[in-house]
Design a protein around this ligand. Structure first.
Ligand code: G6P
Length: 598
């Protein structure tokens, strides 16, 4: 992952530091900058969060017109200052996002040529290679071109060279990169969101095009720029900074969901969904990672139930390695908040190579996945900063719900009354969600109890099994409490062996046709003295004896929207547990929001 940024502007350090703040979601174990100051490359790095770097920089008055910066998520080499980027060799300094897969081989060769390495990263080979070719009297462009022909793997690179002219170069292969022209300077970054208000024009480079940013222009080396220019809304980046009075971005994003769903239910994108011919489809395959995968798992239940379409779901990192069968009339849907997840992107490319029709469901409109799919639907969640995904999940579900209705309509498998009911249920959604959020203090009480344990088992049934899985994922991601989830019927096939006084079980228990079966599972839990917590319908309490704090009531609601509503208490539980335990809610250890490496 990692975030990279570069600027050629008056006081280039400011846009770079501001951009690093916006890129921290890609990694935050160390950061660093290189700046061309008084004809010398100055590199300053610090371990830990960006604030540590800022503190260091505040102690020295560095100025310059050419600057690159990096925020790291460690792949090769521990998260320490030596391994932090930029990496420098002679007059070449480099920031890198991606993985150089053949770095050991290259390093061996460079050591034989007399190069000395400081870090244990894969990235450090890049400045060494460029420097090597520069020392052979190649021009800057030639040296970069020659160096990248040696690299295997994925990379987005920002390269600063202190030479007869001072230039910043940017180049990518299979990693995200944007190039931007502003009124006051030229920029490059991992994504458009990192760029500040000065950047209006955005270029999306193709693999291995070498861009030179100098004080006069952006030059595509060897060619003139003749590319499609995408305009971004500059307001987005400015708005990002604010938590709007909340303790964390995640908290803000959880409470924002009501408004987002109100907007989604009023805004009919029905015309867009009708561009897909669901009638002729034989199969839908939905592919994603992490939270987006759980959205796919819920979507499967809706497509099957309402539109009678065969749906296969897969984890992106598995899909292309298992020789999947792509049939005629198959729609492959790729779900990704960021639109940049390397595994999901690779799976999309695989499906396209097998001639599947591809659809991207993304939050970031101009992301790589959005640009490469045949169709793209946005989820309109707005920028999500908390690393643990919340509002993107409910918006993904909302769009899937609408798609399933459209599919059912086209396949004429639903009568008018049922259709009206599904639409009406969707319109109620934000108001029911509001009621759940109003009970957030009840969840604080439950979190207080749950976070005393080291393990939690989550149970659900049907479309709520993926919600239990999402709940377990949220809890472990930000509170570091070990949590697993099962379909409740699976309890007796193994996990029941874990139950004792130290293994709390949290059950999502709505009132529906499976309630009786679920009640039996709950009895099995209580019989083994495992502490029981329930998120469920009021009526469940008639059957189960529970303390006030151990029950979170879900308001009455139509069955169809249960998954979208019942994830809210799960998100709150994770949030409050992490808060009580004093963890960093927005930037949990070892994680990054956008995973652009395999
Ligand atoms: C990372 C994030 C998760 C996210 C997953 C998929 O692991 O930490 O929160 O669900 O990537 O990301 P995507 O952007 O493709 O939805």
């Amino acid at each position: 992952m990692c975030g990279i940024i570069g600027a050629v502007a008056e006081s280039a350090i400011k846009p770079v530091l501001d951009g690093l703040g916006r890129l921290e979601y890609r990694g935050y174990d160390s950061s660093g900058i290189s700046i061309l100051s008084n004809n010398e490359i100055q590199t300053i790095k610090a371990r830990g969060k960006l604030n540590n770097l800022k503190q260091r920089l505040s102690m020295q008055a560095l100025e310059g017109k050419c600057c690159i910066g990096h925020t790291r998520w460690a792949t090769h080499g521990k998260p320490n200052e030596t391994n932090a980027h930029p990496h420098q060799c002679g007059q070449v300094s480099v920031v890198h996002n991606g993985i150089i897969e053949n770095y050991l081989e290259l390093k061996r060769k460079l050591v034989q040529w007399g190069h000395h390495f400081n870090s244990s990263t894969d990235s450090e080979v890049v400045p060494h290679l460029i420097n090597h070719y520069l020392s052979q009297q190649m021009t800057q462009e030639e040296a970069i071109e020659k160096a990248i022909t040696q690299l295997k793997g994925s990379y987005a690179l920002g390269i600063l060279i202190n030479g007869s002219s001072n230039n910043l170069y940017a180049i990518k292969q299979d990693s995200p990169l944007v190039i931007s022209q502003g009124n006051n300077g030229f920029y490059m970054a991992s994504d458009a969101m990192a760029l500040g208000a000065d950047s209006a024009k955005i270029y999306y480079p193709k693999d291995n095009e070498i861009f030179q940013l100098n004080s006069h222009e952006i030059k595509l080396c060897g060619n003139s720029i003749n590319k499609k220019i995408h305009y971004i809304n500059n307001q987005n980046s400015a708005k990002l900074i604010s938590k709007e009075g909340h303790n964390s971005f995640m908290e803000k994003e959880i409470f924002e969901q009501v408004d987002l769903l109100k907007r989604l239910s009023v805004n009919s994108h029905a015309n867009k969904y009708s561009t897909i011919n669901f009638k002729e489809l034989k199969k839908i395959t939905i592919i994603a990672c992490g939270t987006s995968y759980y959205a796919a798992s819920v979507a499967k239940t809706w497509f099957e139930k309402y539109a009678h379409i065969l749906v296969e779901i897969d984890i992106a990192s598995e899909y292309r390695y298992r020789s999947p069968i792509v049939t005629d009339n198959e729609l492959a849907i790729f779900v990704s908040q960021s639109g940049e997840t390397a595994d999901t992107l690779a799976a999309l490319r695989y499906a396209k190579s097998k001639k599947a029709q591809t659809l991207a469901l993304v939050n970031v409109a101009n992301s790589t996945i959005a640009r490469e799919a045949n169709f793209t639907f946005e989820i309109y969640a707005g920028p999500e900063i908390g690393v643990a995904s919340t509002k993107a999940f409910s918006c993904q579900l909302a769009i899937f719900y609408k798609m399933a209705i459209e599919a059912a309509k086209q396949r004429e498998l639903i009568n008018n009354a049922e259709l009206k009911q599904l639409i009406f249920s969707f319109a109620q959604l934000p108001y029911i969600m509001e009621k759940v959020l109003q009970r957030c203090t009840d969840m604080k009480a439950m979190a207080k109890k749950i976070c005393k344990y080291s393990n939690v088992l989550f149970l659900g049934r049907g479309a709520l099994t993926p919600i239990a899985q999402e709940g377990a994922l949220k809890l472990k991601e930000i509170s570091y409490i070990h949590a697993e989830a099962y379909a409740a019927g699976e309890l007796k096939h193994g996990p029941i062996a874990l139950l004792d006084e130290q293994m709390p079980v949290l059950v999502i228990a709505p009132k529906n046709n499976l309630t009786d079966k679920l009640l039996s599972n709950i009895q099995e839990v209580q019989a083994r003295n495992a502490p029981l917590f329930i998120i469920g319908d009021k009526s469940i309490r008639e059957y189960i004896n529970l303390q006030e704090d151990d029950f979170f009531e879900l308001p009455p609601m139509p069955e169809a929207i249960l998954p979208i509503i019942s994830v809210i208490p799960m998100q709150l539980l994770a949030l409050y547990s992490a808060q009580i335990l004093g963890k960093n809610v927005d930037q949990p250890r070892n994680l990054a929001k956008s995973v652009t490496v395999e």
